[in-house]
Design a protein around this ligand. Sequence first.
Ligand code: F3S
Length: 61
Amino acid sequence: MKASVNEDCIGCGLCEGTCPDVFEIGDEGVATVIVDEVPEDAEDSAQEAADGCPVSAITVE
Ligand code: F3S
C-alpha cells in the first residue's frame, strides 16, 4: 500500500495523530508521507487517516 497527500492539505494534523508511522506534519505545516511503502501493521490506521481527513487530501492504494 502506498499513501500520498495532495495540495489540499490544510495541516489539521489528524493523519499524524492517527498514523504517525506514515504521516508527519513537515516544516511547511502540511502533511508529508515519510515512508515509501505503508507498513502492513499501519495499513488500517493509514486508511483511517485517509477517511478522516477533513479535506480528503489523502490517497491510499
Ligand atoms: Fe492534512 Fe488531512 Fe492530514 S488536512 S494534515 S492530510 S488529515
